[in-house]
Design a protein around this ligand. Sequence first.
Ligand code: NAP
Length: 377
Amino acid sequence: MHSISPTIPRFSNNHSIHLRRYNRPFLSHPLPPPLPPRHRTTKILRLRCTIGTSAINTAQPFTYESKISDRIAKSKTLKIAIVGFGNFGQFLAKTLVRQGHTILAHSRTDYSDIAADIGVSYYYNADDLCEEHPDVILLCTSVLSTEKVLRSLPLERLKRSTLFVDVLSVKEFAKELFLRILPSDFDILCTHPMFGPESGKHSWEGLPFMYDKVRIGSNESSVLRCENFHEAFSKAGCIMKEMTCDEHDQYAAGSQFITHTVLRILEKLDLGSTPINTKAYERLLDLVENTSSDSFELYYGLFMYNKNAMQQLERLELAFESLKKELSDQLHEVMKMQLFQTKDRHLGVLQEPRALLKLPTNGNEHALSPRSTSDII
Ligand code: NAP
């Protein structure tokens, strides 16, 4: 039994698991056709019990690993396990299935019916999912639950080299988590598809896909596996944007977080359609509706786990106060003229409306343009 351990040093105290893992593909009898997920656990358990260990097994891990490498190198399709099969996980699965990838899924909630409709094999049990040895684990969990879910996965049941990908809307947090929790043999790709089930409903053409190859092995199979995963998005028409997780978080706080915040503020106003809607207002109503289909947890994650978000929230507040002040200053001018009967008086109209003040993009977030710094405080 111990002769196997050198090939899998990472989990040296789990030999029995590895034996099960490496033996299964070498059963002398072909496996029966896949059963409905509900029956799968019992069947697999029964198969495991019938497997004994023999000397020939000692050579098999090498053969198995090399077979897997060959398969990845030759085939562009991947076996992808989606962990977190909610709104976004299901959305990604539909396109990945259409592209010919084999998609497995696992989630806290029972999504077996939805999975069956999409063509995804659903696993109630994370052990069973990992025993399927996916090429890729694609984490689509909420930002807040990701650490808990990641820690609950039986990593020792996976292939020694598995590619971990996340789609979290905050990237430094995901990267740090992966590096901290995953064994060093696992590859890590942090991504953020900059679209969702609404904006990407009809097509992914022209939509940005951010990625950071945090840790991809230099061997051929690792490189190809990562490329094949990328291709799922590039072939669907995404604009591939490579950048660091840190850069992503800076951009996203100033764009995505601001968008979600403004739309959530508007949502609170409970805006409705009027008989005289302008085109701009119609678009605004659509945007507010789209945002309301995202969970609050997602929005909260954008705030909590992006260190740049608080600064943007403060800027937004400052901009709102500044705008209000500009309006009241103008009003004040008019009233002053009326009250003191100045000779240049034009009732209700200012001679030179002041240009809108802008906050600086970066740096001192509490300062307005120089001429108005004193006004704002
Ligand atoms: P979400 O509310 O952020 O996440 C829902 C997912 O998290 C579900 O799979 C849910 O599992 C799982 N989950 C939540 N709490 C859990 C817990 N305590 N334990 C275990 N699992 C838990 O909504 P989402 O839109 O599906 O987003 C998923 C991920 O994709 C997020 O990280 C988000 O940042 C990212 N993302 C979303 C979009 C988008 O437009 N929606 C776009 C790009 C990236 P169950 O359903 O089984 O409860």
